[in-house]
Design a protein around this ligand. Structure first.
Ligand code: PLP
Length: 394
């Protein structure tokens, strides 16, 4: 059975997301019977000794609102421990800095978010002397050929930003496992609703909560979930004692609120994205569509196997000049041109026009066509989305 057919999982996830299970297992202790965890803004908590001691004493180290979100994140990913960070990049950099010593060895997929690629080349390799090796991880054999017993971390992202390539999480997890190396997956594009890397054998799953988890484009944040106690101790120590890059209580509240509707939003994102992908696939001025849900996607079979849905992100190559691509974007009304993704509203981005620096630094630069258009398909009426694209296309 693929995750696609797993109705029991889907059902359980929806209940976990709303939080009923959380309330049942953690009855409100404050006596005010809140249905949602309250926002605790206090930076410090009254000290008491012995059995009367407080669970929280200083909010950098732990905070009740953050602890509630971290528990919610861990339950959604099926992991033991969750950590909430000030951004997706804070979560990723903390993983690298905590698990890879200066001069260590890190093997990363060569198809990753440009910010992660810059972190790896300019900071992790540049400042800390780590030997960062980029491999084409879409073929797990390339990972197997590059890791050895001295490797400290294996890193991938799937689906990737912006080319929607996939990595075979289970195969790479087996390779990392054979060498006893922690394996981290950036699962931002799938969200926990459509992909469960820990179930497939990964040790660490990372999200930019800025995207689908919060889902309303009003908070920057990141998350890590792991089921490895040692990895967790390491990451928590780095975050709470060394780096201090945790998510604020109010942002924790926003993300926790967003999570309650994650399943409903993801279903709608996917339905709309599939309809848009099919429209684009049939259009004369589109050279190629990249969406894991389409049978034409070269890794569609892997998507069916390891994802339970295909999310709302897709890219396509406009068949024309860059000037014509820009005219197309200007002709859109419902899709707003802008960076980021995963919010309820539809966004359009042309990397070569809007983030040229990032494209020219990307590790798979050569692969990002000049007229590549990335869509974050929102949850608006699908007919309006289709009409907007039809009108703007030549
Ligand atoms: N991972 C992926 C796949 C992303 O697309 C992004 C941002 O676009 C990040 C991580 C970084 O997240 P943040 O902007 O929250 O730091």
């Amino acid at each position: 059975m693929t995750r696609h057919d797993d109705r029991a999982h889907e059902n359980r996830f929806k209940t976990l997301a709303v939080g009923s299970a959380e309330n049942a297992t953690h009855p409100n202790e404050g006596g005010t019977s809140d249905v949602i965890p309250p926002v605790h803004l206090s930076s410090t908590f009254e000290w008491a000794s012995g059995d009367d001691g407080n669970e929280h004493d200083y909010s950098r180290e732990s905070n009740p609102t953050r602890a509630a979100l971290e528990g919610q994140l861990a339950r959604l990913e099926g992991g033991e421990h969750g950590l909430a960070f000030a951004s997706g990049m804070a979560a990723i950099s903390t993983t690298m800095l905590s698990l890879v010593p200066p001069g260590g060895h890190l093997v990363s997929s060569d198809s990753i978010y440009s910010g992660t690629e810059k972190l790896l080349t300019e900071f992790i390799a540049g400042h800390f002397g780590v030997n960062v090796e980029f491999v084409d991880a879409h073929n797990p054999e390339n990972v197997a050929a590059t890791v050895d017993s001295d490797t400290d971390l294996v890193w991938t992202e799937t689906p990737t930003n912006p080319l929607m390539r996939l990595c075979d999480i289970r195969s790479i997890a087996n390779i990392a496992d054979d060498h006893g190396i922690p394996f981290g997956v950036d699962s931002t594009f799938a969200s926990p609703y459509f992909q469960a890397p820990l179930e497939l054998g990964a040790d660490i799953v990372v999200h930019s909560t800025t995207k689908y988890l919060n889902g309303h484009s009003d908070s920057i944040g990141g998350a890590i979930v792991t089921d490895d106690d040692e990895v967790f101790e390491n990451l928590a120590f780095s975050q709470r004692i060394g780096l201090g890059n945790m998510l604020s209580p109010f942002d924790c509240y926003l993300v926790a609120r967003g999570i309650k509707t994650l399943p409903a939003r993801m279903e709608q994102h996917e339905e709309n994205a599939m309809a848009v992908a099919r429209l684009l696939e049939d259009h004369d001025h589109i050279a190629r569509v990249y969406y894991p849900g389409l049978e034409s996607h070269p890794q569609h079979d892997l998507a069916v196997e390891q994802m339970s849905g295909y999310s709302g992100m897709l890219s396509f190559e406009f068949d024309g000049s860059l000037t014509e691509t820009e005219a197309f974007v200007k002709g859109l009304n419902v899709f707003t041109p802008g960076a980021s993704l995963g919010g309820v509203e539809s966004l359009v981005e042309v990397p070569s026009l809007m983030i040229p620096d990032e494209v020219s630094h990307g590790s798979d630069t050569a692969d990002i066509p000049e007229t590549l258009v990335r869509l974050s398909v929102g949850i608006e009426g699908v007919d309006d989305l289709r009409e907007d694209l039809r009108t703007a296309l030549p």
